[in-house]
Design a protein. Structure first.
Length: 422
C-alpha cells in the first residue's frame, strides 16, 4: 500500500483558492467517508485550516490523479481552478511532509505550535469517522511523538517571531516572574488579543483591557479573567500597570507625558515597561525620556522578531535532522509490514505439517506402537517436511549459481561460523 500527502497551502495557492478548497469542521466526517469509498482508497485523514487543506491517504497504489479528481468533484471545481496549485508527496516524501508540517517547519510562521493541535484534531476526526487504518494511525502517532521531540530538543518555538509574542517575551525578560504584576492592554484588535493570550499563558497576575468600545473590551476580558475599561478611564488605572502594551488605530497619541508622570508619582517611581506597537504611535515620544519608563516601539519589536527568526532558522536545521532520522525509522517499520504475510504463510505451512504428523503419531500410539519409537518417527518426519522445500531450493540456487541465496539462508536461519558455499 502507498501513502500519499496531497493538497494546497499558503505557499502554492492564493487565499481565494484556499477558501474554495477548505472543509468546514462539520463536513469533514462525511467527506472522509466519501473519500474512502473511492476505489483503491483504504485510509484517509483531512486537515483543513486557513493556510492549508491536505489529504493524507493510504492507497492500494500511488494515484494522485484519483485524489485530484475526487477533490475537484467534491468542491465542484474545474481543472484550471485546482490543478496549478496542488502538490502530491508519495510514501517517503509523504511521511517527511507530515512530520515537517506537525513540527511547524512548513508554516507561514516558522515553528508556530498551533498546527500540531490542528493536526491532532484532524486525527481525531478521522478516527471518529472510522477512516484510519493501521498505517495512517501509526503514522499520526509517530508524527505527534516526533513533533514533541522537536519542541523538546530544539529551540524552534522559543524565540519571538510575532509582535505580540515579542512584547510578552520582553516583559518576561524584564520582570522574570509575571505572577505578581499587572498588564494594561490598550486596544482590542488581533495583536492585543494575541498579547493577552500570551500573557495569560505566561501566568500574568492581573490584566486590564482598555478600548474605545467598552463592549469589545469586555468580550476580550471575559476570555482571560481580565478587567475592562474605556480609554477615558486609563489615567485612573495607569498607576496599577507594570506593563503597558498598546495597539490601537487612533490617529493621535493616547498616553501623554503628563499622565505617565502622574502615574509614576503614585507608583513611587516603580518602573513601567511600555510597548507601543501602533502606527501612528499611541504613546508620545517624550514619555521615553522619563526615568523609570522603558519605552519600546514597533521598530524595536521588529529587531527582536528578526533575532527570533534567526534563532528559529538555526533550530529548524536541527529539527530537519531529527525528522530525516525519524522518517527512516517509520519507513523501516512500513517495510517490515511486507514480511508479515510471508511470515504468516510460513507459520501456517509449519503448523499444517505439525498437525498432520501429530495426527499420524497419535494414531500410531492408539494402535499400540512403542511411544519412544513413535516420538522418534514424529520428530524425524516433521524435520524432513520442514526442511525439504528449503533444501530443494538451496540446491537449485547452487545449480543456478545464485550464491547470494546462501547468504540469505545463513542470515534467516542464524547459521554462524559455517562455510555453506559448495
Amino acid at each position: 500500500m502507498s501513502i500519499l500527502a496531497f493538497g494546497i497551502n499558503h505557499k502554492t495557492a492564493p487565499i481565494d483558492i484556499r477558501e474554495r478548497v477548505a472543509f468546514e469542521p462539520t463536513e469533514i466526517g462525511n467527506a472522509l467517508k466519501d473519500l474512502v469509498a473511492q476505489p483503491a482508497v483504504n485510509e484517509a485523514a483531512i486537515i483543513s485550516t486557513c493556510n492549508r487543506t491536505e489529504l493524507y491517504c493510504g492507497l492500494e497504489q500511488n494515484n494522485a490523479t484519483l485524489i485530484t479528481d475526487w477533490l475537484r468533484r467534491y468542491h465542484q471545481l474545474g481543472e484550471r481552478d485546482l490543478n496549478p496549485y496542488i502538490y502530491a508527496h508519495p510514501d517517503h516524501d509523504a511521511v517527511r511532509h507530515l512530520l515537517r508540517v506537525a513540527s511547524g517547519l512548513d508554516s507561514m510562521v516558522l515553528g508556530e505550535p498551533q498546527i500540531l493541535g490542528q493536526m491532532k484534531d484532524a486525527y481525531f476526526a478521522a478516527n471518529q469517522a472510522g477512516t484510519l487504518g493501521n498505517q495512517l494511525d501509526r503514522l499520526f502517532q509517530h508524527t505527534f511523538a516526533v513533533a514533541k521531540q522537536v519542541r523538546t530538543d530544539t529551540q524552534i518555538g522559543a524565540s519571538p517571531v510575532s509582535v505580540a509574542f515579542a512584547a510578552v517575551s520582553l516583559s518576561k525578560q524584564i520582570f522574570s516572574n509575571l505572577d505578581n504584576h499587572t498588564a494594561l492592554l490598550i486596544g482590542a484588535g488581533e495583536t492585543v488579543e494575541l498579547a493577552a493570550r500570551h500573557l495569560h499563558e505566561s501566568g500574568i497576575g492581573r490584566m486590564i483591557i482598555a478600548n474605545r468600545t467598552v463592549e469589545r473590551a469586555h468580550n476580550l476580558a471575559s476570555e482571560f479573567n481580565a478587567y475592562a475599561i474605556s480609554l477615558a478611564e486609563i489615567p485612573g488605572h495607569l498607576a496599577e500597570a507594570d506593563i503597558v502594551i498598546s495597539s490601537t488605530a487612533s490617529p493621535l497619541p493616547i498616553l501623554g507625558k503628563g499622565s505617565v508622570e502622574s502615574a509614576l508619582k503614585i507608583r513611587k517611581h516603580r518602573p513601567i515597561l511600555m510597548i507601543d506597537i501602533a502606527v501612528p504611535r499611541d504613546i508620545e515620544t517624550e514619555v521615553g525620556e522619563l526615568d523609570d519608563i522603558y519605552l519600546y516601539t514597533v521598530d524595536d519589536m521588529q529587531e527582536i522578531i528578526q533575532e527570533g527568526l534567526r534563532s528559529r532558522q538555526e533550530a529548524a536545521v536541527q529539527a530537519e535532522e531529527i525528522i530525516n532520522t525519524q522518517v527512516s525509522h517509520f519507513m523501516a517499520w512500513l517495510r517490515s509490514l511486507g514480511a508479515v504475510s510471508t511470515i504468516r504463510a510460513v507459520r501456517e505451512m509449519a503448523e499444517k505439517n505439525r498437525d498432520k504428523e501429530l495426527k499420524h503419531a497419535m494414531m500410531s500410539l492408539a494402535s499400540g506402537k512403542d511411544p519412544k519409537e513413535v516420538m522418534q518417527q514424529f520428530a524425524h518426519r516433521l524435520t524432513n517436511k520442514l526442511i525439504h522445500t528449503p533444501s530443494v531450493q538451496l540446491k537449485q540456487a547452487g545449480y543456478d549459481g545464485r550464491t547470494d541465496i546462501f547468504d540469505i539462508a545463513q542470515e534467516i536461519f542464524d547459521i554462524k561460523d559455517m562455510d555453506i558455499y559448495p
